[in-house]
Design a protein around this ligand. Structure first.
Ligand code: NAG
Ligand code: NAG
Length: 449
């Protein structure tokens, strides 16, 4: 022993206290931060070094593409950080590369060009067989990553602005030739962090990780008008180990929708979404707050969504699929949800969404089982819930616990309606449909909450 008796005791106590504090801190707030380590990159370059001008009108495409080309070919150990200083940088779409950090300083805005005629086209995703809204290819995402690893988009809450209104208008006027671009897409990539960035006015879906693993999205703000078409917030798609937390999302479509491909193409590609964690999300949407589907042909398993706060929303929690989708949706847990002013609290349905073409297999019936929805409070909820299974593939083991959804002041809201579903319900008001009540002894809910 190096120290005398008293010191030993003091040191020991100190160590014990530190350990205690650490374990308490860990127990209090669970975060995704361990899933993908935040990497500090000592090698830095600035977009200004490549001639970029942040005046909002100069087109900086060349600067972005050259800077990223440099990062890709210099291959610095530990990767390289691309610094975007304060200013408004107009650019056309660009590709990211592996082992880079795109860092938006306070006041930095990367703004998408509205020249849609020049926008690059890329191949459709194999799990969709075509573009999501138009046949054939699709416009490349504004910021795109294909086959990458170790990429971070972060900074001091700078903004990535899609200037999507030209695209929304093309959709409204039915003049779109191909499927609109996402704001940010990562495809076949792993080890991705997106944090402390504001995403604004995406042409289509905002953040789309597809065929990815180990993706962390936290401390983001995603904004688009409520009447902007298909501006989903975050769509983890055929991806695994995705963690989304501590974010505010208000858009024109689902805030977060977990997907895995479309009908016969998604079934053939067979790539599920698995291990998806969603927590501490606040937001507002004319469609769903937290959604699974409707494109779920590769299957969606092990989703946990908790501590969700929704206001002015269409459907609080929406699990949706359709005949012809195939795919299994299993082990979905949603808990600690507060909703205020929503049309429908909870919807689980097997008749939602369109088909890519006429070649889908009507016998490819999706399966939904083992869904847990607990600790949900709602006020000004127009209709409590709708669970509409599929005749030859009823939803099973659907369990509700401690779900309380009230109408607007004094008036009762619409009751639950159910068909082709079995499961259980405890402490649910208004009282749920008989399909769930009849098994309220909870024997039907095989795995405990
Ligand atoms: C960007 O990536 C896409 C898809 O991987 C590719 O088709 C395109 O050529 C790339 N563009 C540039 C400028 O490198
Ligand atoms: C950025 O936004 C996040 C999430 O809204 C917030 O927690 C954080 O404090 C902000 N950071 C700065 C530097 O403003």
């Amino acid at each position: 022993m190096k120290y005398g008796g008293v010191w030993d005791v003091v040191m020991c106590l100190g160590v014990v206290l530190v350990l205690l504090q650490c374990s308490i801190a860990v127990a209090e707030v669970v975060t995704c931060s361990g899933m993908v380590p935040m990497v500090y990159r000592s090698d830095k370059i600035s977009i200004s070094d490549f001639g970029a001008v942040g005046d909002g009108t100069t087109l900086n495409t060349k600067a972005f593409r050259e800077a990223i080309y440099r990062i890709e070919h210099l291959r610095r150990r530990g990767g390289t950080l691309l610094y975007i200083p304060s200013g408004v940088y107009l650019t056309e779409s660009f590709n990211l590369t592996s082992r880079m950090t795109l860092y938006l300083a306070n006041g930095a805005v990367i703004k998408a060009s509205q020249d849609t005629s020049n926008w690059p086209l890329i191949a459709p995703l194999p799990s969709y067989g075509r573009g999501r809204e138009r046949p054939g290819g699709r416009y490349m995402s504004f910021i795109h990553g294909d086959g990458l690893h170790d990429v971070i988009i972060t900074g001091e809450n700078g903004t990535i602005d899609g200037q999507g209104d030209v695209w929304w208008n093309m959709w409204r006027q039915r003049t779109l030739q191909f499927t609109r671009p996402n704001l940010v897409e990562f495809k076949d990539s792993r080890g991705i962090i997106i944090s402390n960035v504001v995403f604004k006015n995406s042409p289509f879906w905002n953040i789309h990780p597809v065929y990815c693993s180990n993706v962390v999205i936290r401390y983001v703000t995603i904004l688009a008008p409520h009447d902007s078409p298909n501006t989903d917030g975050i769509d983890p798609d055929s991806s695994s180990h995705v963690c989304i937390e501590d974010s505010y999302i208000s858009t024109g479509d689902d805030l977060i929708a977990v997907k895995s491909g479309w009908d016969e193409y998604g079934i053939a590609y067979g790539h599920p979404s698995d291990d998806i964690t969603i927590r501490r999300i606040t937001g507002s949407s004319p469609f769903a707050g937290i959604a699974v589907g409707s494109e779920t042909s590769g299957g969606v398993t092990n989703v946990l969504a908790e501590h969700i706060t929704l206001s002015n929303t269409g459907i609080g929690i929406h699990i949706k699929t359709n005949i012809g989708r195939g795919g299994i949706i299993r082990n979905i847990t949603v808990s600690n949800v507060f909703m205020d002013t929503v049309r429908k609290g909870i919807k689980i349905a097997g008749d939602v969404g369109d088909h890519p073409d006429e070649n889908y297999n009507p016998n490819a019936l999706p399966v939904i089982k083992h869904v847990r929805i607990k600790d949900v409070w709602g006020q000004k909820v127009l209709q409590a819930g709708l669970i509409k299974g599929i005749k030859n593939s009823p939803f099973t083991d659907i369990c509700l616990a401690n779900v309380h959804l009230t109408g607007s002041s004094g008036s009762r809201n619409g009751p639950w309606t159910c068909s082709d579903v079995s499961g259980g319900a405890v402490q649910v008001s208004p009282s749920p449909c008989s399909e769930l009540i009849s098994s309220s002894q909870f024997g039907a809910c095989s795995v405990p909450f």
